[in-house]
Design a binder for this molecule. Sequence first.
Ligand code: CAA
Length: 280
Amino acid sequence: MNKVAVIGAGLMGSGIAQTCAQAGYEVVNVDVFPGALEKAEANLNALFDKKVQKGKMTEGEKCEILGRISYSSTYEDVKGAYLIVEAVPEKIDIKKETFANLDQYADEETILVSNTSGLSISEIAAATKRPHKVMGVHFFYPAPVMKLAELIRGLATSDDTYRTVREFAERIKKTIVDAPEFPGFIVNRILVPMQNEAAFMVMEGCSPEDVDNAMKLGANHPMGPLELTDFVGVDVMLATMTGLYEGFHDSKYRPCPLLETMVKAGHLGRKSGRGFYKYE
Ligand code: CAA
């Protein structure tokens, strides 16, 4: 039980791979998109170089952790993993296709975990022939830094699966909360509507700086809601809000039109160089 696979090498997937490797796991990070693995590897090297420069990590520790991560563009390399964490884009069809593929390539006893931020675990599990071995673990960005993991059981998740996943989350040093299988789980159901409301205030004429400063200084948030939206990705935040709206069929979760316009314009936040703020 020392090998895990992480599917997806984007911001979340690469961070989850790093978290697992730091906890001593052998990790294979799989991504089928050209260039994604190279980018993830280069980013992680740069992050660790900075930690060595700052004296927070030795060169030896850096090499040891990096040596535990391998990169692959084929699902065949998930063989031998006792647990697989999926972190592909937040679209139900992509999740279901990924799980159907993993079901074919993973060992029979392997547990499949989704890092969905709000989609139905039961629906994702139904794309496999092992729904009792499917569960949700919701990580937060940046995954190596954020202490929480929300654990979400689907309707068919077995007690054995839950226990093993809980042990995994403990081994990677996360604080665990059990979250209900409803859109947004706990954190996003509370956090994302606040970000959405902040976007409405910008649409009404407030400056992003004023909204963010108000929440940083008036509510002690480490980042303002708009800064956080840029940090996580405007598209990711909009997709989560849309998931709440469609999942609860409640108008209180309607996504702010400004967010939709920003996504159409490619203003996706830090990763695209422009969101509520501009980045170098
Ligand atoms: N990946 C990995 N590590 C990172 C990182 C990243 N993207 N960004 C920062 N870090 C690490 C740094 O390396 C640093 O580690 P060391 O102390 O070992 O050097 C540490 O985090 C602190 O970084 P900084 O000193 O540069 O910056 P900071 O003190 O301002 O903290 C922050 C940065 C931790 C991101 C902080 O601003 C924060 O907590 N922001 C709020 C984050 C948040 O709310 N996340 C949840 C988003 S919602 C979500 O994720 C749900 C979803 O479904 C999308």
